[in-house]
Design a protein around this ligand. Sequence first.
Ligand code: XMP
Length: 535
Amino acid sequence: MSKLMSSTLQDIHQEKILILDFGSQYTQLIARRLRESGVYCEIFPYDLSETRARDFAPNGIVLSGGPESVNAEATLVAPGYVFELDVPVLGICYGMQTMAKQLGGEVQVSSKSEFGFARVQLMQESQLLGELKDGIEDDESYLDVWMSHGDKVTRTPPGFVVGGRSDNTDIALMFDEERSFYGVQFHPEVNHTLQGAEIIDRFVKKVCKCKALWTPTKIVQDIVERIRVQVGSGRVILGMSGGVDSSVVAALLSRAIGDQLTCVFVDNGLLRYDEANQVEKMVGEGTQNVYALNLVTVNATDRFLSRLEGVTDPEEKRKIIGNTFIDVFDEQAATIEGVGFLAQGTIYPDVIESAGHEEGKAHVIKSHHNVGGLPDYMNLELVEPLRELFKDEVRKIGLELGLSREMVFRHPFPGPGLGVRILGEVKPIYADLLREADHIYLQELRAAGLYDQVSQAFTVFLPVRSVGVVGDARRYEYVIALRAVETIDFMTARWAHLPYEFLERVSSRIINEISGVSRVVYDVSSKPPATIEWE
Ligand code: XMP
């Protein structure tokens, strides 16, 4: 990574796996699984230069899957050094096919694709599978795997043996143990492959012989040490949002540099119910435990809401909220003597995505601004302690640092907050109604044990009026929509099938307890084509 600092601790990046990305939707999943096995890894584009690969000095290489066909003209091939670095190589799906073809085997284009569950009957023992095969009767030795491919390997390269076959694929697993080259047609990184995690674990530990140095405790020690080296006696400013990432950054910085850190929390009037208090409370609790955070809360509600007056376009609203945040934060920073650093909660997927931008590669993840747009004249050096971590790792180290489960497993909340959940013009009264409705919804979700089962849940304010009758009185009031989705990556999402009784309870509480709302509806749109937020 760009900012590897010298450290007196054991280097947790000492043992590592290089992943070459051929464009699979599962590449990040491969990385997460490798790291769950306790080994650091990084993802690079498939055509990474030899110099950079040698500098990285991997203990093993994984070739990801990808959408291409190895037989197409101008197809993607693994660089030659992959097979010459004298380290184990695991080719997954497309990675296996290109390995087969490049080393002298044969791949056939198939019009018939194999997608979904499959059974791979094992034919040969290998280091990769080891005990997975032991103890299973010969005629029952199989793996339950997830397949997703069209082309298939029809002849193994010289030196390889066939390790397993499925109904559709005679060569579903191949290897050359002499050189430690393995190819699997299935996807060990997805949960549907029952023995997948064990296969990946065996690859890093038995085949690549890596030690498990990448653990939450060691990651925290490493980051804390690197912050100290980078910052020295300098002062750091951090924009706290109350979300997982900025809270974990705050806790790490506090542990590393104590009161050289100042956290700024901007109340923009578009926060969730009681949010400002909760952030202060979290900080308070932290102080008693481990953390000393200088928290400055800036109440800029009027400034945000007055700038939003009369504005209805969603992107325009986003811009105003983002720019106002920068103004407020900037002013605040100027009042703190000697600030030299700005901390940010950038995580590894953001880094991969911006690398994609630089190299002009296709990218699908939507980019959202955080404090990223701060003016250059502030002249602050960035501190990005989470740059190497996936979201699930951020959560693990959050728990390691002693943050509460509630904080660590909070649903994501967009930067523009309720500003994009009030359709059209934002008015203070709408924000108040929405906040209350959202509070009831989340409270009920937690009480029913459903909060952790959905990925994101929130309410949306619809500025239309609808007739209702409460007691004998006719009401003509606003509408609240409930939204809940299940998703892994937030790029696609399924609307959550919440129980009817639950929805009934929420609806009845919102209508009865909030005067100003006469109707509640449930959003049954999945993404795509709908987005998760309504604006
Ligand atoms: P969409 O609505 O694009 O949302 O399906 C995907 C995820 O991104 C969050 N989101 C935002 N986050 N600033 C943010 O920081 C934004 O402007 C923004 N818009 C959407 C959304 O909450 C969901 O988790």
